[in-house]
Write a protein that binds this ligand. Structure first.
Ligand code: ADP
Ligand code: MG
Length: 631
């Protein structure tokens, strides 16, 4: 038998286009052909289990072979095979049913995935790398004749009798010159590893040698012999395909190590498993992230029926959960993972919401079941939770019950608990509850100490995300504001009705202000004389909360107005405590030299308490102090 024909009149130029436009992604030919082989194998298994195939299935595996001399790659399976009629139907017609549309759309397509997936051109991706493709196949059906299909990349094909004696299909790719990179064993192995690592049918790629016990030698020592075994590159039953009840913690940890050999053990994980209204399985791990979250992205792998698709899961996974690791498998996610398409896809939105909900549920469960353990993990979890609360409204609503605040004494509170704790003392005259926080307990020690002396509590907010988290809390919590503990002198941080009056007269205040301005001699230091408690420090240097926050945001990458604040010089307020006895002493001092030295000394002490005293100023301070002790 021999038959020649034309694939389709509409598709004169389809192969050159496939080659040209899909070239950048051409390694996916292997994914497509191995998937087809797996599909054919799975179909056979299914027929056998339904009793529709009664023969021996034999050892079902897919084999990928490389022949460097012939410059061929062969993908073989023992699946259902095809009759020549089926080749005509499935390869020549069906695979090309979308061809006309394809010809219209290919110009808009941005990458190979988009075209391959959308137009069902899986098999034809072979022509991205081949100048000739052969199908050598024998159908499982009783009495079927082997068939061979050959196509040289033009629109003409040829079907003849085949010579296959065993059920199944060989796809033989005669690589073209530009594709000779694929004649490299390591290259092929790495592609298989990327796309086929978790396919449900064993994939053999060559052999490897193994040592096997072989009796004992004359001295009674065990002997070994080397044997050749099939090198199976995949794990056919990855954990996400199993029921959570079948799995132990160790299985999840082992799988994590398999995926990310270099990473520390994860904190915990979530097993995803839904089949309505969309189908999705997977395991998401919470890694130990600490603070460098940029590095951690693109760690979630997306599969479709165990075929690896991409690790760009943007749009499928909510932005804040991109920090997670693991796998998601969904036949409902279109293979062509291109942005515009995904955003329009209804399932993707649902999947996104589902994952957000599952993550929130899991965190809530951990929080409820073991508060202590949850607190211990907070350094790592906190980053996700806060990031999620900032970026996803829905997640904020769930997380507000289990987000924790930690104070400088390392105690943890939920939002309601914390409000309960501080509202008594920390409500100002406008009925606003003021939460105080520190982002550097070392530098702000003096301020923390002063606040605590007043019975105030100070939160620790030192992760890179906290600047944004603070703004979010203020927006969400009613009548609550957050102030860094060094944003002002303690009495102004939480302004009360009772005001301590300065004992100084107006003239004295003016004089003190001038004295300090002269001694400090910096335009960025704005001196103000106020009446504070006599016990407070004589001088306190602070930066306004609003100004500092704008600067922090500018530093962590806020655009627009933030740039404006980022460029302003650092301005500070120097609060002189008119009620401190040092000020009295200064006013009584006759020698203006000494007056100035005292002012400078008090100012430097304020700087010193915040780690702001450096360089020549520090040297001057040390020398002046030595002189003062000597005096
Ligand atoms: P899809 O896999 O999406 O159906 P393809 O272009 O990859 O599209 O394959 C087209 C058709 O060719 C398949 O649906 C199948 O019927 C047939 N086919 C391809 N490869 C094999 C194979 N190895 N064994 C049996 N049939 C195959
Ligand atoms: Mg296919």
């Amino acid at each position: 038998m021999q038959e020649k024909g034309n694939i389709s009149i509409h598709t004169e130029n389809i192969f050159p286009i496939i080659k040209k436009f899909l070239y950048s992604d051409n390694e996916i030919f292997l994914r497509e052909l191995v998937s087809n082989a797996v599909d054919a194998t799975q179909k056979l298994k299914r027929l056998a289990s339904l009793g529709e195939f009664k023969g021996e299935t034999g050892e079902l595996m897919v084999e990928v072979k490389l022949d460097k001399d012939q410059k061929t790659i062969t993908i073989s399976d023992r699946g259902i095979g095809m009759t020549s009629e089926e080749i005509k139907k499935y390869i020549n017609q069906v695979a090309f049913s979308g061809a006309t549309e394809f010809m219209e759309k290919f110009k808009e397509a941005k990458d190979a995935n988009e075209i391959i997936g959308k137009f069902g051109l899986g098999f034809y991706s072979a022509f991205m790398v081949s100048h000739k493709v052969e199908i050598n196949t024998l159908s499982y059906q009783e009495g079927a004749q082997p068939a061979r299909w050959i196509c040289d990349g033009s629109t003409e094909f040829e079907i003849t009798d085949g010579d296959r004696t065993e059920r199944g299909t060989d796809i033989i790719l005669h690589l073209n010159e530009e594709a000779e990179e694929f004649l490299d064993e390591y290259r092929l192995r790495s592609i298989l590893d990327k796309y086929c690592r978790f396919l449900p049918v064993p994939i053999k790629f060559g052999t490897r040698t193994e040592r096997e016990p072989d009796g004992e030698d004359e001295e009674g020592k065990p002997k070994f012999k080397e044997i050749e075994v099939d090198d199976i590159i995949n794990n056919t039953a990855p954990i996400w395909t199993k029921a959570p009840s079948e799995l132990k913690d160790e299985d999840y940890l082992d799988f994590y190590r398999e995926l990310y050999p270099m990473s520390e053990a994860p904190l915990f994980w979530i097993h995803l498993n839904v089949d309505y209204p969309f189908n999705l399985t997977g395991v998401l791990y919470f890694p130990k992230v600490k603070n460098d979250f940029e590095l951690q992205r693109n760690k979630i792998k997306l599969f479709s029926r165990q075929v690896f698709i991409t690790d760009e899961v943007k749009d499928i996974v909510p932005e804040f959960l991109m920090l997670l690791h693991g796998v998601i498998d969904s036949p409902d996610i279109p293979l062509n993972v291109s942005r515009s398409f995904l955003q329009a896809d209804g399932n993707v939105k649902k999947i996104n919401n589902y994952i957000t909900k599952k993550v929130a549920d899991k965190l809530n469960e951990l929080f409820k079941a073991d508060r202590k353990g949850y607190e211990e993990k907070w350094i790592d979890i906190g980053l996700f939770v806060k990031y999620g609360m900032i970026t996803e409204e829905k997640f904020y609503d769930r997380a507000k019950d289990f987000v924790l605040l930690q104070n400088v004494k390392k105690e943890f509170f939920t939002l309601p608990e914390y409000k309960e704790k501080v509202q008594g003392l920390q409500t100002d005259k406008n009925d606003t509850v003021v939460y105080l926080y520190s982002n550097d307990t070392g530098k702000q020690h003096t301020f923390i100490h002063t606040a605590e002396k007043k019975g105030y509590d100070v939160l620790e907010m030192n992760s890179p995300i906290d600047t944004h988290f603070i703004a979010q809390l203020e927006q969400k919590l009613e009548k609550t504001s957050l102030k860094r503990v060094d944003a002002d002198v303690v009495d102004n941080l939480i302004a009360k009705d009772e005001k301590i009056e300065s004992v100084l007269s107006e003239d004295q205040s003016k004089l003190v202000k001038e004295l300090f301005e002269k001694a400090i001699n910096k335009t960025t230091m704005n001196v103000e004389v106020t009446g504070l408690h006599p016990e407070e420090l004589p001088v306190t240097v602070t930066m306004d909360e609003f100004m500092r926050r704008m600067k922090d945001m500018a530093r962590t990458g806020g655009g627009g107005m933030m740039g404006f604040y980022g460029n302003l010089p650092d301005n500070y307020k120097v609060s002189v405590n008119g009620n401190h006895k040092l000020i009295r002493r200064m006013l009584e001092e006759k020698d203006s030299e000494t007056q100035s030295r005292l002012a400078r000394q008090a100012f430097d002490l304020a700087l010193l308490s915040q780690g702001m005293l450096t360089g020549a100023d520090l040297t001057d301070f040390v020398n002046r102090s030595v002189a003062l002790i000597g005096a």
